[in-house]
Design a protein around this ligand. Structure first.
Ligand code: PGA
Length: 240
């Protein structure tokens, strides 16, 4: 694993942009695996600025996102599809038809997982962007998720519901279930870029880098990926 430690969130986002921009430059028809959460916002702002100022085109790019809350769709500003349109897609020349997320509104969630798995098997991510949860989850793969899992329906961990409650009016409003890529889908990416900032991520980052490879800390599986880059700020790196 390649590790880059930066001074703060802004410099972490600068470094992340460099990695992402390089992938798009090498292949203007790249498949980008994207993530939601507060961590990638600085990176997305830089991609938008670069498109605006330098004309970098995403016309031929395709995207696949990690996850979506069950029951939420584009009309809800808590959904991940809304988040992606608001924070990234509408700022680029990326056709919405080229963007993919699991459909949280699907009537049959298991059939939706199967559809998403089939899509992912046809579209290998040139890069997969990840954040990390304070409990070491990646996407909604909570501790105990088998490394062999593909896209599946998840019952969210209490710690994840608490972490995400800040984005909802009330903790009771956080959906209890989600659709998530599995660790196998994530590991299938050609390159992984995982970002972490803040002291509340330090323990998870330590487990990701130095801990045993264990399903109790899902991110630790990334130690087995041949091309994984971790970019984190000093606070998140404080236990390394
Ligand atoms: P965050 O979430 O970027 O909002 O910290 C990361 C995650 O839980 O995967």
């Amino acid at each position: 694993m390649k590790i880059i430690i930066t001074k703060d969130y802004e410099t972490m986002s600068d470094e992340a942009f460099r990695v992402m921009a390089d992938v798009v430059k090498q292949n203007p028809a790249a498949v980008l695996g994207l993530a939601t959460g507060t961590t990638p916002l600085g990176l997305y702002a830089r991609m938008a600025k670069d498109h605006r100022e330098n004309g970098t085109s995403y016309r031929n790019v395709h995207t696949v996102n990690l996850d979506e809350y069950a029951g939420l769709g584009a009309e809800s500003d808590q959904s991940y599809v809304w988040f992606m349109r608001e924070n990234l897609f509408r700022h680029l020349d990326l056709p919405l038809g080229n963007t993919n997320l699991p459909n949280g509104k699907a009537e049959d969630l298991l059939a939706e997982c199967a559809r998403y798995n089939a899509l992912l098997s046809e579209m290998q991510q040139d890069i997969q962007l990840l954040g990390i949860g304070s409990n070491g989850h990646i996407a909604f793969n909570e501790p105990g998720t088998p490394f062999g899992a593909e896209t599946h329906v998840v019952e969210l961990a209490e710690s994840t519901i608490r972490d995400n409650a800040r984005l909802f009016a009330r903790e009771e409003d956080v959906p209890r279930r989600a659709l998530s890529m599995g660790l196998k889908n994530i590991m299938h990416a050609k390159k992984i870029l995982i970002l972490a900032n803040g002291a509340n991520k330090a323990k998870a980052v330590c487990g990701l880098v130095k801990g045993p490879v264990t399903e109790q800390l899902p991110a630790s599986v990334l130690q087995l990926h041949p091309d994984c880059v971790l970019i984190c700020d000093e606070a998140a790196a404080s236990l390394l």
